[in-house]
Design a binder for this molecule. Structure first.
Ligand code: FPP
Length: 264
């Protein structure tokens, strides 16, 4: 009896989600969604589990959200998986986080290939442990010709570091006479960032109730719509993503200008 009731309830939830998905697909979807996945540690603490258990659960959410984002028609999903500042965490936690890409890709890569997902990474790949680098490179190579959803991991990524690297490259090229200072423009800077082949995020999501950017895509988020939720990342699900998308679809993006009807 109870099992039947639970199944009926799940069916109602999934029908409701399907309806919301169909309605959202009739309007402008965000092409690029970027997510600061936060709250894994608190999720674990609430259950008296070690922090790494929260990260493991967070990895499962990554699978769920990637599948759903692909299904709904999102073009790019950027996930902040490890920042240049996260090295300050205890070694055990860092080692665990560095194993997650392998764990994730080890079980999920065939599905990503089948689903036409292209895996990308932004961040300093050179200073990652060999095993992490190998797993990520393999996934990037094996999915390079896919043209569906771009699943872009920000791994060992820091926005200030990215900007410093871009400035260094530009200065070098000016010194070598390859470009002149008067060609330095927003477009040129875009081309020296780790996101040079991606569109700017339309929607930024941060979970767990924290309302800050934590050194994430500072340049690229200039005109992005922000959406914050108290939900901890391991509890984030398809319905939460729909909440964020529906909120985005009600926004009035003006990019500093006015909408047509407001001009007079
Ligand atoms: C922040 O939560 C989360 C991280 C630093 C790691 C995020 C990583 C994942 C969600 C898994 C990544 C999966 C793949 C496939 C690479 P926190 O630990 O700071 O949480 P807290 O603020 O509650 O302590």
């Amino acid at each position: 009896m109870l099992k039947k009731l639970i199944r009926k309830n799940e069916q109602t939830i999934s029908n409701d989600l399907m309806k919301r998905k169909e309605i959202a697909q009739q309007e402008q979807l965000p092409d690029h969604i970027a997510i600061i996945m936060d709250g894994n540690g608190r999720w674990a603490k609430k259950r008296s589990l070690p922090r790494v258990a929260g990260h493991y659960e967070g990895m499962k959410t990554v699978k769920k959200i990637t599948r759903f984002a692909n299904e709904i028609g999102i073009k790019t999903l950027t996930l902040y998986a490890f920042s240049t500042e996260n090295w300050k965490r205890p070694k055990l936690e860092v080692d665990f986080l560095m194993r997650l890409p392998e764990e994730f890709l080890g079980t999920y890569l065939p599905e990503l290939i089948e689903q036409n997902v292209r895996v990308k990474m932004m961040g300093n790949i050179e200073t990652l442990p060999e095993h992490t680098k190998r797993a990520v490179m393999k996934a990037m190579e094996r999915t390079a010709s896919n043209d569906g959803l771009i699943l872009n991991f920000a791994l060992n990524y820091g926005s200030r570091d990215e900007i410093v690297q871009a400035v260094q490259k530009i200065v070098n090229e000016v010194q070598e006479g390859k470009i002149s200072t008067d060609t330095v423009s927003e477009e040129l800077i875009d081309n020296y960032l780790m996101t040079k082949d991606l569109s700017e995020p339309d929607l930024l999501i941060r979970t767990s109730g924290e309302v800050r950017l934590s050194n994430f895509m500072l340049w690229q988020l200039a005109y992005t719509e922000f959406w914050f939720t108290d939900t901890l990342w391991p509890d984030f699900d398809e319905a939460c993503l729909m909440d964020a998308i529906e909120s985005y679809q009600k926004r009035n993006r003006r990019y500093g200008g006015l909408k047509g009807e407001e001009v007079n």
